[in-house]
Design a protein around this ligand. Structure first.
Ligand code: FES
Length: 347
């Protein structure tokens, strides 16, 4: 098995940047992999699983639980999807993708246009949601499609023989995906599924009670809609779990990109520009000829994370944890703004 888990002493939070300097960069996109969709199947209402292999038949890079890839959809859109397949299978990745009609269209494109045999570009795996493998106990809370990274974690923990539980909630029973696999990994005692349309639920979803029942050294992982994650994180806080043992991954950010104008200085490029109320820093710097790498453009993926040299950022991303944001060490140029009149960034 390929494992690159973090130990409790190595990770400070779920969303720590992957590079040692804490910043994403241009080299990520230079290593895009050419892949082909080898299998597509419906795994729940509104959820398809895609299996991907390299076009040249070579092995794919190894990946650890919590990893995701940036999938280039071929229509100019790039989306982040968790890897939820078997890391021992070096020739195949699996993604689970929910169709969200009210989103910006990435998942709709996957559901309507991405078929077996289609060739796509994909980043190597990135891991902003690493699993602490030596935790005394682990609770995995999934809301809807948030099950995908947690399925990979359940597989990793099961193979390491570590204690864990999964609490998996969806809007309806037909929207629960990968339940057979989860049952094989966790067994019936460690997997609890909750469907909001269940007329006679065996158990009500009670995150705080589950956390209080667990070992005091428990690590809590949560992935799903923002409201679900807020609920679980608040439950963990009330149960006394320290912030550094609560890990979340968020693939959506309903961000307001507008605000008051300010001046941005791109120190390495020697460019100074005025960011208008309805423009982002990334757009403004690009207009001035500065190359700004972006992917999600909503503060989710960390591709545009850049060191702050002076000024006070107005953080609007969900890539950095609140603790990371409080340091003001780095800013996502795609969506965040400035509270100070001038912001100096290292690009
Ligand atoms: Fe994804 Fe900025 S491009 S966080």
């Amino acid at each position: 098995m390929t494992v690159d888990f973090h130990t409790a002493g190595e990770t400070a939070g779920a969303r720590g940047p992957a590079r040692s300097d804490g910043l994403a960069g241009f080299d990520e996109d230079a290593r895009l992999l050419e892949v082909v969709v080898t299998r597509r199947r419906q795994v729940a209402d509104g959820v398809v699983a895609l299996e991907l292999a390299r076009i040249d038949g070579a092995p794919l890079p190894p990946h650890a639980p919590g990893s995701h890839v940036d999938l280039h959809l071929g229509n100019g859109q790039v989306r982040q999807y968790s890897l939820c397949g078997d890391p021992d299978d070096a020739f195949r990745y699996r993604l689970g993708i929910l169709r969200v009609d009210e989103s910006r269209g990435g998942s709709r494109h996957v559901h309507t246009r991405v078929r077996e045999g289609l060739q796509l570009l994909m980043s190597p795996p990135k891991n902003n949601f690493p699993l602490v493998a030596d935790a005394r106990h682990t609770l995995l809370f999934a809301g809807g499609i948030g099950i995908t990274p947690l399925l990979a974690m359940a597989r990793g923990l099961a193979r390491l023989g570590r204690p864990f539980e999964i609490h998996y909630r969806a809007r309806s029973r037909t929207r629960l995906a990968f339940v057979g696999e989860l049952l094989d990994l966790a067994g019936p005692d460690r997997l609890t599924c909750y469907a909001d349309d269940d007329p006679a639920p065996a158990k009500a979803f009670a995150a705080e009670a589950a956390i209080r029942r667990a070992d005091p050294g428990v690590h809590v992982y949560v992935c799903g809609p923002r409201g679900f994650m807020d609920h679980v994180e608040e439950a963990a806080r009330r149960a006394g779990v320290p912030e550094e043992r609560v890990h979340e991954e968020n693939f959506t950010n309903d961000v307001d990109l507008t605000g008051t104008p300010f001046t941005v200085v791109a120190a390495r490029s020697n460019v100074t520009a005025r960011v208008a109320a309805d423009r982002t820093i990334a757009e403004t710097l690009r207009d001035s000829g500065v190359q700004v790498p972006t992917s999600c453009e909503t503060g989710v993926c960390g591709t545009c994370l850049t060191k702050v040299l002076a000024g006070e950022p107005d953080h609007r991303d969900v890539f950095q944890s609140p603790a990371q944001q409080r340091t003001d060490a780095a800013i996502t140029l795609c969506c965040s703004r400035s509270r100070s009149e001038e912001l100096v960034v290292d690009i």
